[in-house]
Design a binder for this molecule. Structure first.
Ligand code: FAD
Ligand code: FES
Length: 400
C-alpha cells in the first residue's frame, strides 16, 4: 500500500470513559504486528471531504503484546460555543463510524518520545487527560522491569478518567514498585463515594513533594499544553535537569522550554492547542494558563539581504546555509535536526508534526545533501527535503 500504509482490522472497540474509546487493531493481512517502542504512535489515514487526512494516535498498549496494537482516542466534538464549527475529523470518524470489524489504513509506529529502556533510573509519568495514552504504554514497559515508577494523573473527574482499572492492575502486580496517584479537579458525588482519586485540585508542588522521595528521576509527560507548561516549570524549579524531562504534544510540536520561560501575562490558553484540549486548562494551576499564541522567535537580522543570488552562499561559511534569509550555522549533532538548527539561528520555518509525516517543513535544497533520521512518510520530490527529520551530509544550502 502506498506511503507505507497497511490495512488493520478493528478487533474490538472498547469505551474507556464518557469521551475516550480504545480501538484494538490486528493486521488485516494476517501478517505480523509492527515493531514498536513504548511511547510511539501510529498514523491513520482518515477519509475526509476533499481527500484523506492523516491523524496520529499513540499506542496505549503493551508493545510486547503479540496479538494487537491498541490506540485510545478522545472524541473531539465541536466546541460547545461553536454550533457552526465542524466536529474533529479523525476522532469523530473513529468514534462515530468505525466499528468492530472495520478495516482502516495505518502506517508504522514512529516518534522519539519513547521510554529510555537502557536506563535503570526511577521514572515519573505525568499525564493530563487523554495524554495518558503513551504513558500507559510506558507503564506496561516499566512493569516488565525492576524500575520504580510513579504514574501521576490529572483529570476533570471520574467520568473522563480512562483506563483506571488497567493502571490499578499494574500497580497491584508490582509489589509496591509502581505507584499511581490520581488528581480530580472537580470530583462528583459518585467520585467521592468511589474513592478512586487521591487528591482534588491540581498536580502542584505539594502533591509532587509529598509523593516523590528525593531521587534522580526520569520524567515523561503528556497532556494539554498548559498542563505540560505547569509541570515543566515545577520540575525545573525542583532542579530537574532539562535532559531528564521528555514530553510529547498532542497538538503542533514545539519547545516546552521556550513556552515555560515565557512570562505569564493575560489569562488565556494557547490557541495552538486544539480547542477541546485548551478547554482542559483547569487541569493545571491557573498560573500556567498564560501561554502565548506563538513561540517567541528572534527576528531575522534586518541588515541581512532578503535573498541571496547565485554564488553568494559561498560568503556564508557555516555548514548549513539558509540562502533566502542570508543566515548560516555550523552543524552540531546536538542540534537534532535542520529545523531545530534553523530555529536556533533565529529563523521560523513552517512546521507542524516535526516527525516526517505532514510535509509542512518541505523546502528546496539548493546545494548538498541530507540524511533522514526518520524516514518521511511521503518522501518529497527530488530537489526538496523535509528539514524536521533530516541532518546535513557535509555542506548544504537550503532555500529558507
Ligand atoms: C504525537 C501525537 C500523538 C497523539 N496521540 C493521541 C492519542 O493517543 N489519543 C488522542 O485522542 N489524540 C491523540 N493525538 C491527537 C490527535 O492526533 C488529533 O489531533 C485529535 O484526535 C484531534 O483530531 P481531529 O481530526 O478529531 O480534530 P480536528 O479536525 O483536528 O479538530 C480539532 C478540534 O478543533 C475543532 N475545530 C474544527 N474546526 C474549527 C474551527 N474552524 N474553529 C474552531 N475549532 C474548530 C474541532 O471541533 C475539534 O474539537 C495525538 C497527537 C499527536 C501529535
Ligand atoms: S513538520 Fe511535518 S514533515 Fe516536517
Amino acid at each position: 500500500m502506498a506511503g507505507g500504509f497497511r490495512r488493520f482490522r478493528v478487533a474490538a472497540k472498547v469505551p474507556e470513559s464518557d469521551v475516550i474509546t480504545s480501538f484494538y487493531l490486528e493486521p488485516a493481512d494476517g501478517g505480523p504486528l509492527w515493531d514498536a517502542r513504548p511511547g510511539q504512535y501510529l498514523t491513520l489515514r482518515v477519509p475526509a471531504k476533499g481527500g484523506a487526512v492523516l491523524r496520529t494516535y499513540s499506542l496505549s498498549c503493551d508493545v510486547a503484546e503479540p496479538s494487537h496494537h491498541r490506540i485510545t482516542v478522545k472524541r473531539e466534538g465541536r466546541p460547545s460555543n461553536g454550533a457552526d464549527m465542524p466536529d474533529g475529523v479523525g476522532s469523530c470518524w473513529l468514534h462515530d463510524h468505525v466499528e468492530t470489524g472495520a478495516e482502516i489504513e495505518v502506517a508504522a509506529p514512529r516518534g522519539a518520545f519513547v521510554l529510555n529502556e537502557g536506563s535503570d533510573r526511577p521514572v515519573v509519568l505525568l499525564a493530563g487527560g487523554v495524554g495518558l495514552t503513551p504513558l500507559l504504554s510506558m507503564l506496561h514497559g516499566l512493569a516488565a522491569t525492576n524500575r520504580r515508577a510513579w504514574f501521576v494523573q490529572a483529570y476533570e473527574n471520574g467520568a473522563v478518567h480512562a483506563m483506571g482499572d488497567e493502571v490499578r492492575k499494574l500497580v497491584a502486580a508490582s509489589g509496591g514498585r509502581i505507584r499511581a496517584h490520581t488528581v480530580y479537579r472537580s470530583p462528583t458525588a459518585d467520585d467521592l463515594a468511589a474513592g478512586l482519586h487521591q487528591d482534588t485540585g491540581f498536580i502542584d508542588r505539594a502533591v509532587l513533594q509529598a509523593l516523590l522521595p528525593l531521587d534522580d528521576y526520569e520524567f515523561y509527560m503528556c497532556g494539554p499544553t498548559p498542563f505540560m507548561v505547569a509541570m515543566y516549570r515545577l520540575l525545573r524549579e525542583f532542579g530537574v535537569p532539562k535532559h531528564r524531562i521528555a514530553y510529547e504534544f498532542f497538538g503542533k510540536a514545539t519547545s516546552l522550554e521556550a513556552l515555560a520561560e515565557t512570562p505569564a501575562a493575560a489569562p488565556k490558553v494557547a490557541s495552538r492547542a486544539p480547542s477541546a484540549i485548551a478547554g482542559l486548562a483547569f487541569l493545571t494551576n491557573p498560573g500556567a494558563r498564560a501561554v502565548p499564541d506563538a513561540m517567541p522567535k528572534a527576528a531575522a537580522d534586518p541588515e541581512q539581504p532578503a535573498t541571496l543570488h547565485d554564488g553568494d552562499t559561498a560568503l556564508l561559511d557555516g555548514d548549513v546555509v539558509f540562502a533566502r534569509s542570508g543566515a548560516s550555522a555550523q552543524w552540531r549533532d546536538a542540534a537534532g535536526s535542520l529545523l531545530e538548527l534553523a530555529e536556533e539561528a533565529g529563523l521560523a520555518p513552517e512546521f507542524s508534526c516535526r516527525a516526517g509525516i505532514c510535509n509542512t517543513c518541505r523546502c528546496k535544497i539548493v546545494e548538498g545533501d541530507v540524511t533522514y533520521f526518520e524516514d518521511p512518510l511521503h518522501p518529497p520530490p527530488a530537489g526538496e527535503v523535509l528539514i524536521c527529520c533530516s541532518r546535513p551530509v557535509g555542506r548544504v544550502v537550503l532555500d529558507i
